[in-house]
Write a protein that binds this ligand. Structure first.
Ligand code: ZN
Length: 249
């Protein structure tokens, strides 16, 4: 089974919705017709959240979608540095449901880098309660990982310039998703050299990208079946177990 550790589901009720897939159902159906067996997600409204309402709706929907697509969709909490109290409440609520995964979070929309105080106080809360955070790959992610060495931090995308620096922090994992990711020849190969197959996660940034392309690149770059299986599913199930999050399926 392949688990996609980095997806975003359509948000049909959101004014920003212009997804290729009109509904979550059609996106899930598409993934199911691939070899994908489960997907970690937040919604597009969540990843691009700008208001408290975005945060509330995205998290409410994510928990509902878990129930609707049980065993297939696995929710990540959305938090935002401009709304710390609401964010902490949602972390509590997700934790109450057994979900310890947070993200993917991005810093480029709000123009607040991950190593700035407003994000750091949220990460401190995550670290204190044992959440793992999935962050859009950036230099400031490294400061977060170094500051909270017991918190598991997932770097999204493969930024070749940052690979070695990130890999030095043993609590950083790497998902191979997106345009700066497994699509480029040599990127997965470079990631393997820095991180090794035991800290790499399969991810696509679906609905933005075609999963088959990432599956093909992993199959071509990783010949060893055991290593391939680690990247496709074993590492993410192990990571969820490590943080005490509800298992997939
Ligand atoms: Zn993403």
């Amino acid at each position: 089974m392949i688990i996609d550790a980095h997806t975003h589901m359509p948000s049909p009720g959101w004014p920003g919705h212009n997804d290729f897939f009109p509904t979550v159902g059609s996106a899930v159906e598409y993934l199911k017709n691939k070899e994908i067996g489960a997907a970690l997600f937040n919604t597009w409204q969540g990843v691009f959240a700008e208001t408290a309402d975005d945060v509330n709706r995205a998290n409410t929907e994510a928990l509902q979608l878990y129930d609707t697509y049980q065993g297939f969709l696995y929710p990540g909490a959305v938090i935002h540095p401009s709304f710390p109290e609401i964010s902490k409440q949602w972390l509590d609520r997700f934790r109450d449901h057994g979900f310890m995964w947070v993200g993917e979070l991005i810093q480029y929309k709000c123009n607040i880098e991950f190593n700035e105080p407003s994000w750091l106080s949220l990460f401190e809360y995550c670290a204190k309660h044992g959440h793992a955070v999935q962050l859009h790959g950036s230099k400031s992610l490294n400061d977060v990982a170094a500051r909270f060495p017991d918190m598991q931090v997932v770097c999204s995308h493969i930024n070749l310039d940052l690979l070695n620096e990130l890999a030095n922090n043993r609590n950083v994992w790497l998902d191979v998703s997106g345009s700066v990711g497994g699509l480029y020849l040599g990127a997965i190969e470079a990631a393997l050299k820095s991180f090794g197959e035991k800290r790499m996660l399969f991810g696509t940034d679906f609905t933005g990208y075609e999963p088959d392309v990432f599956i093909a690149r992993i199959n071509l770059a990783i010949k060893d079946m055991n290593a391939r299986e680690a990247v496709f599913s074993r590492n993410i199930t192990g990571l969820l177990a490590k943080i005490g999050s509800r298992p997939i399926g």
